[in-house]
Design a protein around this ligand. Structure first.
Ligand code: NAP
Length: 288
């Protein structure tokens, strides 16, 4: 009799809910002790529907967690200089504790220059060079939210990256690259794959942990997944489809994230947790 094995699902919704509960409790404590609720400023350039939805979701979660949000909607024609002016203003505003610049901002904006206008102490989305360097050196600092969410998810499912071969597919500054850096900081042996990688399948076949961070539906094929591997799918493509061919990959993986409901909820949970940490620091509240 043949039996088809299926991987255990790495659900992100339950751990994210737990994290949000802890964040709400910490936000309430800060508000009680200082009379000021933590505040996240969200900045959106233009009206890209997906970005509008993401910002709305993040603000709704803030409200539920007792975090104030201040939304700044800028017209699509905003220049880099104008955007930098807005971000510098928020960086200097003592009533704002965290800043999220929703991206992509549009091809005419120099995003790197804009990110660098965010005060490192308020960089709760982990996008500045300073935060990036802290991740690279394994020093304390704000992590990029999606890679941070991936690391929390691994912890939740008792996956210790030490000594494991992690293959990260994708090398963007907000996702693939920092995900690899955080895995390296936890003693994984890390391989990066990208659009110029000669034989992606050969690398994936060697992976104890696969992180898919590409934005190509079902790029990672189940037949390439090493039996028992941990498969983290950060991709999100039209039609609720990830970067991993879920149906075939789950027959070989040991653990696998669903899309949606895996990495996505953890990303927002990290953003809010870091906002409350930033507020605590700026308001001089020590953790008990
Ligand atoms: P990105 O900036 O477009 O980067 C994509 C990366 O994939 C690049 O490094 C690119 O390589 C690589 N790539 C493209 N085609 C490839 C191929 N055929 N084989 C191997 N690598 C390939 O995208 P991103 O912002 O990192 O986002 C990636 C995905 O994650 C998207 O689906 C996005 O929606 C999703 N995402 C999810 C969350 C969440 O909260 N769950 C958050 C952010 C993003 P090169 O560098 O060589 O071009």
């Amino acid at each position: 009799m043949s039996s088809i094995r299926t991987a255990r699902l790495m659900d992100g919704t339950a751990p994210a809910r737990r994290m949000l509960g802890e964040t709400a409790a910490a936000a309430a404590e800060i508000t009680r002790r200082t009379g000021t609720a933590p505040c996240l400023a969200t900045v959106l350039v233009g009206e890209d529907p997906a970005s509008v939805t993401y910002v709305r979701m993040k603000r709704a979660r803030c409200q539920k967690a007792g975090i104030r949000s201040r939304h700044i909607a800028l017209p699509a024609a905003t220049t880099t200089a104008e955007l930098i002016g807005t971000l510098a203003g928020l960086s200097a505003d003592p009533d704002v504790h965290g800043i999220l610049l929703q991206h992509p901002c549009g091809p005419h904006i120099d995003e790197r220059a804009a990110f660098e206008a965010i005060d490192a102490a308020k960089d709760v989305d982990g996008v500045t060079m300073r935060s990036f360097a802290a991740m690279g050196f394994g020093l304390p600092g704000f992590v990029s939210c999606t890679p941070g969410g991936i690391m929390r998810l691994l912890e939740e499912y008792d996956v210790d990256p030490a000594g494991k071969h992690a293959v990260v597919v994708g090398r963007s500054a907000i996702l693939g690259r920092p995900a690899g850096m955080l895995l390296l900081a936890r003693d994984a042996t890390v391989t990066y794959c990208h659009a110029r990688t000669a034989d992606l399948s050969a690398h994936v076949r060697e992976a104890d942990i696969v992180v898919a961070a590409v934005g190509r539906p079902r790029l990672i094929r189940g037949e390439d997944v090493k039996p028992g591997a941990v498969v983290i799918d950060a991709g999100y493509n039209a039609g609720n489809v990830g970067d991993v061919d879920f149906d075939t990959a789950r027959e070989r993986a040991g653990l696998i994230t669903p899309v949606p409901g895996g990495v996505g909820p953890m990303t927002i949970a990290v953003l809010l947790a870091q906002t409350v940490q930033a507020a605590a620091h700026q308001l001089g509240v020590r953790e008990r």
